[in-house]
Design a protein around this ligand. Structure first.
Ligand SMILES: Cc1cc2nc3c(=O)[nH]c(=O)nc-3n(C[C@H](O)[C@H](O)[C@H](O)COP(=O)(O)OP(=O)(O)OC[C@H]3O[C@@H](n4cnc5c(N)ncnc54)[C@H](O)[C@@H]3O)c2cc1C
Length: 471
């Protein structure tokens, strides 16, 4: 069987060695033609279409170790799939041996010490559901089908970021299989430099097999949801968003969205397909204060839809899932913002009127708070000056529409990037992004990351990622 080597050539693997690996595993192996192969290799963004040589769905640390040793012994290119949600398709590569972690989805919660240990194939919803049994949660993202590991290795933000920082700021430790095929622990005491690097430096240092997170008291009910108005109200609604978010306590996170209204049951048919402006809110403070926190949003003008209510936290965490299905074509441009300028709101409105797909949108996420309080070198995620994220999210169905949608996203980015802090989120970077933008995302951490890489992966074995070369 043919497979790609680390230096980009083809190698022929003996069938007997593949069979021996297969026999030794607890998990399963898939080859081109198998249904499982197609399911594993297809990623969230169908703009990326890679064909690995074969796939292994690992079932435990021993499988991961055997696979790393096999890949290294045969000089094979190795890719690692968590949730497969990376927009740049970093979970797969042509001809590679792909480790798909999706069978490793156990979550163990220690409610007394408020810690959750989650296996690396977990999706966000797995962790939320298990921790919410105890009214606990860690900082995770907005779409429950995203993988925890890719998200955490790149930083991670969501509704709880304002209170407790990046997801990676809430990691207590990780278990990692290194390029040498050894299982090591990385935390403040054991391998602290590796621990530092893993909290933002991506999949450069090994195969993460599990992550231990700090948990906090949340819900199980919170006040959250969305209120929408027609685009004609956007100047006033975005001004409201600007004002409320600048004063909001850390327990309240506000997100604004401009996009064509989806055919959702909570929106009247007359607005479907027309541009709307919406505010998404999540309040996790004392329930007696919740109404006061959201009343200005709910009573503003004449909304066309309002589902901002008390609801289970896990429900809120999956509310946006249907808007981001696997298999569509996606192209994003994104920046961190130090604040929201009125002139930025004007640009958002102007560019939202030019959206050329029913699924695209411009989102402003509020993240300022706890993350701003840690030092820049706390972890490679850096960007401790970021208060908001703008994501220009192009999303459409057919390849024939690629250029028009990509052009819209790039034009919108060009007209809004002057408002950026200069930094951007590494996990939102598309396949075509330059080295310069990757460095802008990692800030001053690149040199220190390459030192850690030199120690833990001097041959650059883990290279299917936002690659940091060994020093
Ligand atoms: C619909 C959608 C919503 C999103 N929302 C948010 C959000 O709210 N907040 C946020 O912060 N981000 C968000 N993201 C971005 C998200 O953080 C990244 O896409 C992230 O890469 C997803 O992780 P994954 O495990 O699904 O990725 P994958 O595509 O599986 O992997 C991405 C990278 O992580 C590495 N990796 C994965 N697993 C391992 C492992 N076990 N060991 C070592 N390396 C590994 C891979 O090698 C690869 O380089 C969102 C993305 C999507 C598509």
């Amino acid at each position: 069987m043919k497979a790609a080597t680390l230096d980009g050539r083809d190698t022929n693997l003996e069938q007997s060695s593949i069979d021996a690996l297969k026999m030794s595993l607890r998990g399963v192996m898939y080859f081109p033609g198998d249904a499982g192969y197609e399911e594993s290799r297809t990623l969230w963004n169908s703009m990326t279409n890679k064909r690995p040589a074969f796939v292994i769905r690992c079932l435990g640390v021993s499988d991961v170790i055997k696979c790393v040793n096999f890949a290294r012994a045969n000089n094979l290119l190795l890719s690692i799939k968590g949730g497969g949600h990376n927009i740049a398709g970093l979970a797969a590569a042509d001809g590679a041996m792909m480790l798909d972690m999706s069978l490793m989805r156990g979550v163990w919660v220690d409610p007394k010490n408020k810690i959750a240990y989650s296996e690396a194939g977990c999706l966000l919803g797995d962790v939320d559901r298990e921790t919410q049994v105890f009214g606990l949660a860690t900082v995770l993202g907005f779409v429950s089908l995203t993988g925890i590991t890719g998200l955490t290795l790149g930083g991670g933000f969501g509704y709880l970021t304002r209170r407790w920082g990046w997801t990676s700021d809430n990691v207590i430790g990780m278990n990692v299989v290194t390029a040498e095929g050894k299982l090591v622990r990385a935390n403040e005491k054991e391998n602290p430099e590796l621990f530092w690097a893993l909290r933002g430096g991506g999949g450069n240092f090994g195969v993460v097999t599990g992550i231990e997170y700090k948990l906090y008291d949340i819900g199980p009910e919170v006040t959250g949801g969305i209120v929408a108005w027609p685009a004609s109200e956007a100047p006033k609604v975005l001004e409201l968003y600007r004002e409320l978010s600048s004063k909001a306590p850390a327990e309240l996170t506000l997100v604004s969205i401009m996009r064509p209204a989806p055919p959702a049951p909570w929106l009247p048919q007359e607005i479907h397909g027309k541009t709307m402006v919406a505010i998404l809110a999540c309040y996790t403070g004392k329930s007696e204060d919740a109404e006061k926190m959201i009343e200005q949003i709910k009573s503003f003008g004449s909304p066309v839809g309002d589902v901002l209510v008390k609801r289970p936290y896990v429900q809120l965490q999956s509310m946006l899932d249907a808007t981001q299905p696997k298999g569509r074509r996606y192209y994003w441009k994104s920046e961190y913002l130090p604040g929201i300028e009125p002139a930025l709101c004007e640009k958002v409105i102007e560019n939202a009127s030019k959206i050329c797909s029913p699924h695209s949108g411009i989102i402003l996420f509020q993240i300022g708070g706890a993350l701003n309080e840690l030092s820049e070198d706390h972890s490679p995620v850096g960007n401790r000056d970021a208060k908001y994220v703008i994501n220009i999210g192009g999303s459409w169905e057919h390849e024939a529409d690629d250029s028009i949608n990509i052009e819209w996203a790039r034009n919108t980015w060009n007209s809004t990037k002057e408002f950026s802090t200069g930094g951007n989120y590494i996990n939102f970077l598309t396949e075509d992004e330059s080295e310069e933008r990757i460095h802008a995302a990692l800030g001053n951490s690149v040199k220190r990351l390459s030192e850690v890489k030199k120690k833990w992966d001097p041959e650059n074995f883990f290279r299917v990622n936002r690659n940091v070369k060994p020093a």
